[in-house]
Design a protein around this ligand. Structure first.
Ligand code: ATP
Length: 366
């Protein structure tokens, strides 16, 4: 029986459990055996009990659970060849030749590197007498399939990543709660949301909550933005609005790439507009709680597709990442998606914000 392993890696995201459940059950339904790698690449490097067979019942109840129940970790040793050598040995020992990774661009880069190195890792294991030639013989190729789990919705070539809509829901709920108290006291709130290089959460939360001003890293406020922001907010107040909400992505920067802390915005609203202003950092509550219906659906459909992709893969097929484009589950070349994603960060670093925005635009409207 073919053995397929699934892992979650990088930052946790609601819906990852649904992805694990779908991979496990689809694998079994297709006549394969399913394995879960616990704690991301750390489990792959450690091996033993960290790589466990999963039966149908083992993932019961996973769909509605937040976070990732098989754990996730940042693993330094997998970035080193010796770590990947250990990981390869552990996979052969368990009889696994296909790995489905649900994570961010770092995790998917690592997975692709692992696949490209695989034949040389097998040779090295035989050379070092860690395994025999007979043992590695059936493991000539490693199959890798990626799924994107990230609350930031920061991956190119997919409209949505697993977790982003749950996180957006959580942010909206929180801003609604803040709204009530802000309105009662006529206060202003500067709300910091997650998103290091990606302003999707901030921008969509701004639209969904009717914020007065939004600050995102791809399109930093330029010129005399301080005055412009105050003007907009004053106008809203003059029109009778009793509350002010400014949403700031955690990666917010100015055009010189200097971080814009929430305190700077708070001081502007306090000193220039004389508004009683508070800062609320939503923090890790944005990652918590049970996944919304969209993320459960996305994770389930993509998990099933990931198993199909494993079963249809050939040694020459580039590793795919499972995406959703215009509401259809599709496969995209994993390396290409990672490369395009990194282009946005590079454009921001080069202060080419027009390019950063057009890359994001292409992504969201693809
Ligand atoms: P997030 O978007 O939530 O940060 P991510 O998958 O990008 O998720 P990373 O911390 O970049 O998160 O990567 C997770 C793990 O993947 C790392 O701890 C490491 O084990 C592995 N990894 C990342 N990049 C590489 C790489 N270039 N080569 C090998 N392994 C890597």
């Amino acid at each position: 029986k073919r053995r397929i392993a699934v892992m979650t890696s990088g930052g946790d995201a609601p819906g990852m459990n649904g992805a694990v459940r779908a991979v496990v059950r689809m694998s079994i339904a297709q006549g394969c055996e399913a394995y879960a790698v616990y704690e991301g690449y750390e489990g792959l490097v450690q091996g033993g009990d960290m790589i466990r067979e999963m039966k149908w019942d083992d993932v019961r109840g996973f769909l509605s659970e937040g976070g990732t129940m098989i754990g996730t970790a940042r693993c330094m040793s997998f970035k080193e060849r010796w770590g990947r050598l250990k990981a390869a040995k552990n996979m052969v020992v368990k009889g696994i030749d296909a790995l489905i990774v649900c994570g961010g661009d770092g995790s998917l880069t690592g997975a692709d590197l692992f696949r490209s190195e695989w034949p040389s890792l097998m040779d090295e294991l035989v050379e070092k007498k860690e395994l025999t030639a007979e043992q590695v013989e059936p493991f000539k190729h490693l199959n890798i399939v990626g799924m994107v789990g990230s609350i930031d919705n920061d991956m190119a070539m997919t409209d949505a990543t697993i977790g982003c809509y749950s996180s957006l829901d959580r942010i909206c709920e929180s801003v609604d709660w803040i709204d009530a108290t802000a309105e009662s006291h006529q206060r202003a709130f500067v709300v910091e949301v997650m998103g290091r290089h990606c302003g999707w959460l901030a921008l969509m939360a701004g639209i969904s909550c009717g914020a007065d001003f939004v600050v995102i890293p791809e399109n930093p406020p330029s010129g005399n933005w301080e005055e412009e922001m105050c003007k907009v907010i004053k106008k809203h107040r003059d029109l009778g609005k009793r509350k002010t909400i400014v949403i700031v992505a955690e990666g917010a920067i100015d055009t010189n790439l200097k971080k814009i802390p929430c305190t700077v915005i708070k001081d502007l609203l306090t000193n220039k507009l004389h508004l009683d202003t508070r800062i609320t950092t939503l923090g890790h509550t944005q990652r918590g709680g049970s996944p919304c219906a969209y993320d459960r659906m996305l994770a389930t459909l993509q998990g099933a597709e990931a198993v199909k992709a494993v079963l249809e893969a050939t040694p020459s097929t580039p590793s795919p990442v499972i995406s959703i484009v215009e509401n259809k589950i599709v496969r995209k070349p994993l390396l290409e998606a990672v490369k395009q994603t990194q282009e946005v960060a590079k454009a921001i670093e080069a202060k080419d914000f027009a390019r950063a925005m057009s890359l994001r635009d292409a992504e969201f409207t693809e």
